[in-house]
Design a protein around this ligand. Structure first.
Ligand code: FEO
Ligand code: CA
Ligand code: CA
Ligand code: CA
Length: 692
């Protein structure tokens, strides 16, 4: 029987204070960085002017197109203004329909300090924080950890995961993982947050970043395990050299005293979710990078201070005090260093000598994820969320076609696809009268939170579409560009995933405790609840099913929470037959077209989990919980294969008051062992496909 647990904690979305501090730099306790007047008034689009507003936003697109700026992105036969609402087109996709539901006994909400899976399923740990993956790396010894050891070992706080094929090596695949942040309290015995040592700081640098590690399946047992010392295994840390590429590379805004070229950056930070490209590379989003930079309040130039503030940099010393050990983290000394973070990075896991890239054409913000798909003529389109309350949803449309095959020429060409194209931001308009969207979550009279949207172009290559900003400024200060064009302020856009079956795009909007509070934007049809604790999942259909379209239809697929809460909505499915779900974060599809959702910060009192749900057919909206994670953890990086599910268990044991010496979780190795973020594989004991 489903049992609701008592609500816990005063932190947003059920998170612990430690998670807030170390993961996001206490973002929820700071002033919302988006203080732009954009859309505050009257909750704009949702209200009143729906039709006029669409036309006006369409005129922006049209003007840019007339100026020759947006040759791409026009659907066949598309006029500049988006077509009338295509609400009735939902079931007319040219893609095959998916009508499968998921058959497993849902896991009940719980607070067990374990990964709990449905009956008939088994699990194993694939790799843990500290497991050696490079040649010469020592076995993990947490009491005597060194930066040198960590640089050859799997990093801390695994988040995004993707599995890529490894032709020619039987039963093996390439796992790409990122490592969002470190929690020094849980990593080091006797950690003193006021006085970190140089060795502790350098261990943290080495524990951030990315990993590439080959994994191998044991066909007999079903287990998946890491292959240490494989020649493809790699670590990328906070000190690895990355190249800035695309239109803003070399810009004055990206130059520092250590890099007068504005093209070479040391390291990647706070990598959250990501994506997998059809040409076989991995993408990863740099998210809450602001928290690593100190001294914003003391920067002399007021304009620079304002730009730093729009990205959440307003304070003095940083939490981890890295500025004491490297001047580049001190904004009073290197005000441009922070401009070199907040990008989407691309890694070629098949070339162990490749230099990882930061793609400036995709804009700079708190990137959650970056999930590509192809247009009918083979150009990649990348959907991207900016995970902050009242920030925006974006897409990038490349001007270049992907080359098929794995020849050297194809691989080299495909590594330039994300450097040329147009960056857009989304503006959503509801179709119901404003007085029917009252912040309570009550459905409007037409029975759905839905409407249309336009993609507003920000820049194409070296051409800016934003009055008063150069293209370089648009790419480096993308949030400010999006403020100026009137993008829609969303409830924390997190992961995004196009359905391989229907072409519809799904966006997780985690929560927004400040929606509708004093001085903040109120509810609109896409963000329909004030003090939104549990989040929603938005479904988007591009006009003409064309990913490069300038317009789209949208509707809310899930309005999350306890199904007994009248403000929730489960795609129209009977609410007494679904699992409670709160704070959707990462998304993935299985090959049947079911959407899988992992949660971050369950505000219903249960541990976070992974859920599956059909998006079409009779079972559309039937949310079923597949697993739960240990105490303090969030569920990340789901990879849903036919016969195996992978999840990244991030920040296990991160609860208020917990330390290395006083842990709040004994996962995964039991009492007396340090708690370790780890990747978990789950499969069916009878060897059959997941969920069918
Ligand atoms: Fe790192 Fe938006 O979660
Ligand atoms: Ca409506
Ligand atoms: Ca996330
Ligand atoms: Ca995803």
């Amino acid at each position: 029987m489903r049992k609701l647990l008592p609500l816990i904690g005063s932190h947003p979305g059920g998170r612990s204070a430690l998670t807030c501090r170390y993961r996001c730099g206490d973002a929820c306790f700071h002033e919302v960085p988006n203080t732009s007047g954009n859309e505050y008034v009257g909750d704009v689009i949702a209200r009143a002017l729906s039709r006029r507003s669409v036309l006006r936003a369409g005129a922006v697109v049209g003007a840019a197109a007339a100026a020759g700026a947006t040759g791409i992105g026009q659907a066949p036969g598309a006029s500049a203004a988006p077509a009338a609402p295509v609400k009735k087109g939902w079931e007319k996709s040219r893609y095959r329909q998916a009508a499968r539901g998921l058959r497993f006994t849902p896991v009940a909400p719980n607070t067990t300090d374990a990964v709990t899976v449905p009956e008939g399923y088994a699990q194993n740990i694939v790799i843990r924080w500290g497991d050696p993956i490079l040649r010469g790396a020592p076995a993990f010894d947490p009491a005597r950890q060194t930066a040198k050891a960590q640089a050859g070992q799997f990093g801390y706080n695994n988040d995004f995961l993707t599995l890529l094929p490894l032709p020619g090596e039987r039963d093996r695949q390439v796992l790409f993982a990122n490592h969002e942040y470190t929690d020094e309290n849980l990593m080091f015995p006797g950690y003193d947050p006021d006085n970190p040592t140089r060795e502790q700081v350098e261990i943290a640098w080495a524990a951030h970043g990315l990993s590439v590690v080959v994994v191998e399946e044991d066909r007999r047992t079903g287990k998946l395990t890491a292959v240490p010392r494989h020649h493809l295994n790699r670590r990328f840390t906070a000190t690895t050299e990355f190249r800035l590429t695309g239109p803003a590379a070399g810009s004055d805004l990206l130059k520092t005293s250590a890099d007068p070229t504005g093209t070479k950056v040391l390291g990647t930070l706070n990598n959250c979710a990501g994506g997998t490209t059809p040409w076989g590379t991995a993408l990863s989003g740099e998210e809450n990078f602001n928290q690593y930079f100190a001294g914003a309040a003391s920067v002399a130039d007021a304009d620079t201070r304002a730009k730093l503030a729009r990205y959440g940099m307003t304070g003095g010393a940083s939490e981890r005090k890295w500025e004491r050990f490297d001047d580049r983290f001190d904004l009073t000394k290197e005000p441009n260093e922070a401009n070199r973070f907040g990008w989407v990075v691309e890694v070629d896991p098949y070339d162990p000598d490749s230099v990882p890239r930061k793609r400036t054409a995709l804009g700079r913000f708190k990137h959650e994820a970056a999930q590509p798909r192809l247009t009918a003529d083979g150009r990649p389109v990348v959907y991207m969320g900016d995970d902050e309350r009242f920030d925006y949803f974006y897409k990038f449309v490349s001007s270049k076609r992907m080359m098929k095959g794995s020849s050297r020429a194809a691989r080299e060409h495909n590594l330039t696809l994300l450097d040329e194209g147009t960056l857009y931001v989304a503006k959503l308009t509801g179709d119901s009268p404003a007085d029917q969207v009252d912040g309570s979550g009550k459905l409007p009279n037409d029975g759905e939170f839905d409407g249309t949207g336009v993609w507003i172009p920000l820049a194409t290559g070296d051409v800016s579409h934003v009055p008063g900003m150069t293209a370089d400024e648009v790419y480096v200060h993308t949030r400010i560009a999006a403020d100026k064009v009137g993008a829609t302020k969303m409830d924390r856009p997190e992961d995004v995933e196009p359905s391989p079956r229907t072409g519809r795009v799904y966006v997780a909007l985690t929560n927004n405790s400040q929606r509708g509070t004093a001085g903040k934007p109120g509810a609109d049809e896409a963000n329909p609840r004030s003090n939104n604790k549990h989040g929603q999942v938005l479904e988007l259909a591009e006009h003409w099913d064309d990913p490069a379209s300038d317009g789209f239809a949208w509707r809310l697929f899930l309005v999350c929470g306890d199904p007994q809460d009248p403000s929730t909505y489960f795609g129209g499915f009977p609410k007494d037959q679904v699992s409670p779900i709160s704070c959707p974060d990462n998304l993935a599809f299985d090959s049947y077209g079911n959407l899988w959702i992992s949660t971050d910060g369950n505000a219903l009192g249960s541990h976070d989990g992974l859920f599956g749900v059909a998006t079409t057919g009779e079972r559309r909206g039937e949310v079923r919980q597949f697993l739960t994670v240990p105490a303090g953890a969030e569920t990340c990086g789901p990879v849903i294969g036919d016969r195996r599910v992978l999840v990244a268990v991030q920040h296990p044991g991160e609860k208020d008051g917990a330390t290395y010496d006083n842990p709040a979780s004994t996962w995964p190795d039991g009492p007396g062992k340090v708690v370790r973020p780890s990747v978990v594989a789950v499969w069916r004991k009878d060897g059959r496909n997941i969920g069918v």
